[in-house]
Ligand binder design. Structure first.
Ligand code: PLP
Length: 398
């Protein structure tokens, strides 16, 4: 009792500062709750000034589809055969986009879950306990979580001068305990594409699973003028992460995980005694069908043509930004491959802080390639890129 009183007192104090409230005894009318929510939402920043995020405003049709399927549960698909069918359609469309119409998979909660599951499948398939995985030094931090969760050593291969993974470094790290190799098609910090074709050869030579993390690049690479070999058309590629909630314009949390065939998926399945389907491969149990429906809606509505246009727009913004940056004496670390730019500036952390003071949300890359990191998503405009460049010039001369 004493303990409860103490907690209440703390809650009241926090309440006064407007940060937290305790569970009310009496109901609060819906319009008052909504007024609180509206005020709260106003405290969030606006996408117009975001140059740091790989997420964007979802397409309006994705929002409608998301709302329509919000209460469905793909964790128990026999109760929701409609949305379960939509998820299968999405997997089919993604498989076809990635060079394998018969690919299997599901709509996850994002890149982290897809990467965890891909490596879990590789580990289960290989039967290697306490083994290792070889990832590029540029890999997303989800691979550090994976090492911890799956008790795998995460070996990080060096990058070459173009910030792609160095193949000789990868080769020096593989051994008989390697459960998976990872290549990235659109690195988080530089938007670079690893030499997936060569990684595929290495994976076949060593008989290990090659996972391609295309969480960001999956909805960019198929729509660029320049073509890359990176997907299931390469025989060594066993699984791919592709996130519809990033460049796919779907709602958060739409993630995509695809396997070349059912065997890889089987390595993830557990029995489900009380549900409508006997086996389940997803990491989460209950999962809304909203994200799958949103992904289906955008892919159908935009088609390849619409995505080509959207990616073209983002690449145009990227060129505009890089041209403007060069005019003020700022060079990119590498010529951008996709709509991710790393700019070489002195003291990137300070520059970031000063830009944040001017309401620009930017980020920085890790050592040893510290730079200002910018993502040119569809929510950005040419006008805002010009305003940003003007501020960057001023910040650099302060
Ligand atoms: N992989 C890559 C290449 C990413 O860029 C990201 C996030 O930006 C992730 C994985 C993780 O995705 P999520 O934040 O949706 O879990």
């Amino acid at each position: 009792m004493k303990h409860r009183d103490q907690i209440r007192q703390i809650a009241k104090k926090v309440n006064k500062s407007g940060q937290r409230s305790e569970m009310r005894e009496k109901a609060l009318p819906a319009d008052e709750v909504m007024a609180i929510l509206e005020r709260t939402r106003e405290r969030d920043y606006s996408y117009d000034r975001f140059l740091s995020t790989m997420c964007t405003r979802p397409h309006p049709i994705a929002i409608k589809a998301h709302d329509m399927f919000l209460e469905t549960n793909l964790g128990d698909p026999g109760l929701f055969p409609g949305v379960a069918g939509l998820e299968e359609e999405v997997v089919r469309m993604l498989g076809e986009l990635l060079g394998c119409p018969l690919a299997r998979g599901y709509i996850s909660t994002g890149g982290t879950e897809s990467n965890i599951q891909a490596i879990r499948a590789a580990k289960n398939e290989s039967g290697k306990c306490g083994g290792n995985i070889v990832v590029p030094a540029s890999a997303h931090f989800s691979f550090d979580k994976i090492g911890d969760l799956l008790s795998l050593e995460v070996r990080k291969a060096e990058l070459d001068s173009q910030l792609r993974v160095d193949l000789s470094s990868v080769e020096s790290l593989i051994d008989e305990h390697t459960a998976a190799l990872v290549g990235i098609a659109g690195t988080t910090e530089f938007g670079q594409v690893d030499p997936i074709e060569e990684l595929s050869d290495l994976a076949l030579e060593w008989g290990v699973h090659l996972h391609v993390d295309a969480a960001f690049g999956g909805f960019v690479l198929p729509f660029l003028d320049r073509s890359f070999a990176w997907d299931f058309s390469l025989p060594g590629v066993k699984s791919i992460t592709i996130d519809p909630h990033k460049m796919g314009l779907a709602t958060i949390p739409a993630g995509g995980l695809l396997f070349r065939n059912q065997e890889c998926m089987n390595a993830l399945e557990t029995e489900t005694h009380y549900l409508t389907k006997a086996r389940q491969a997803s990491l989460t149990g209950t999962r809304s069908g909203a994200a799958a429906a949103a992904t289906y809606a955008v892919m159908m509505h935009l088609g390849r043509e619409g995505f080509r246009e959207m990616v073209g727009y983002c690449m145009d913004l990227t060129d505009h930004l890089v041209r403007g940056a060069k005019e003020i004496g700022v060079e990119p670390l590498i010529e951008p491959v996709m709509n991710v730019v790393a700019l070489r500036v002195p003291e990137p952390s300070k520059v970031r802080e000063r830009l944040m003071d001017r309401d620009w949300h930017v980020s920085i890359t890790r050592e040893p390639n510290r730079a200002l990191r910018l993502i040119l998503m569809g929510h950005m405009s040419h006008e805002n890129v010009d305003l940003f460049l003007k501020d960057l010039k001023e910040v650099l001369s302060e």
